[in-house]
Design a protein around this ligand. Structure first.
Ligand SMILES: N[C@@H]1[C@@H](O)[C@H](O)[C@@H](COP(=O)(O)O)O[C@@H]1O
Length: 244
């Protein structure tokens, strides 16, 4: 496991973009796993800048997003489809046919989830997966629980996640209560994992992850510690409690 502690969010975003850029240069048809939430926005901005200024080429890249709210229209401002389009896809030269984001309105959720995992497998798996982390240790929408699911599945969101994500909605009542998410198994199959955390509100989450020395389904991020190629990129605020 590698840990980078960067001075601030800008440096964190540059570090993550550096890693992705070098992977893209090694493999032009990279399969990239993408995350939403506020943490990766700076990375997307940095990659857009490199596309515009240095011609970083996304035309052969395939992407798979981690999750989507269930029952939300894809053009809704809070959908992860909308988020990805606005914060990344509309500003790079990605082939729209190579973008994969879980459908928040599947006809048959079980079949759809199975097909999503098969599609990842058929692409040869995810080469590099970007991850944020919830304050409660959730990864994508794999919430702390007695058991975790391996594959893509529909899940209930916890009260704490609904509360945390309500900052993006007009009111807490508007936050969907369910989501469709890649499972920890699908995520752990990625060849390389980049876990990002920024800001004081993640300091205890990171301390718990890196100092407890425990792997538990009640802290889903802790399973990542078993992965052979995980890089954790923090800014100083997120690393504060861990460094004490
Ligand atoms: N489903 C997403 C996660 O993928 C993300 O990691 C988490 C943290 O978000 P933020 O980066 O805004 O702290 O929020 C959401 O719940």
């Amino acid at each position: 496991m590698k840990i980078f502690i960067e001075k601030n969010y800008t440096d964190l975003s540059k570090r993550v973009a550096d890693i992705i850029e070098s992977e893209m240069k090694e493999k032009s048809n990279l399969v990239l796993g993408l995350a939403t939430g506020s943490t990766p926005i700076g990375t997307y901005e940095e990659l857009i800048k490199r596309h515009k200024e240095e011609g970083l080429d996304f035309s052969k890249i395939t992407t798979f997003n981690l999750d989507e709210y269930l029952g939300i229209p894809h053009d809704h401002v809070n959908s992860y489809h909308y988020f990805m389009e606005e914060n990344f896809f509309k500003s790079i030269n990605i082939d729209n046919d190579k973008i994969n984001i879980p459908n928040g309105n599947p006809e048959n959720a079980e079949e759809y989830c199975k097909a999503y995992d098969e599609k990842i497998e058929n692409q040869g798996g995810i080469d590099v997966q970007i991850l944020g982390i919830g304050e409660n240790g959730h990864i994508a929408f794999n919430e702390p629980d007695d058991k975790l699911y391996l594959g893509t599945h529909v899940t209930d969101l916890t009260e704490s996640t609904i509360k945390a994500n309500s900052r993006f909605f007009d009111s807490i009542d508007d936050v969907p209560k369910k989501a469709i998410t890649m499972g920890l198994g699908s995520i752990m199959k990625s060849k390389k994992i980049l876990l990002l955390a920024s800001g004081k509100n993640k300091a205890n989450t990171i301390k718990k992850l890196l100092k407890d020395g425990v792997v538990s389904t009640h802290n889903p991020a802790s399973l990542l510690l078993l992965h052979p190629d995980v890089t954790i990129i923090l800014d100083e605020e997120a690393a504060e409690e861990y460094m004490k």
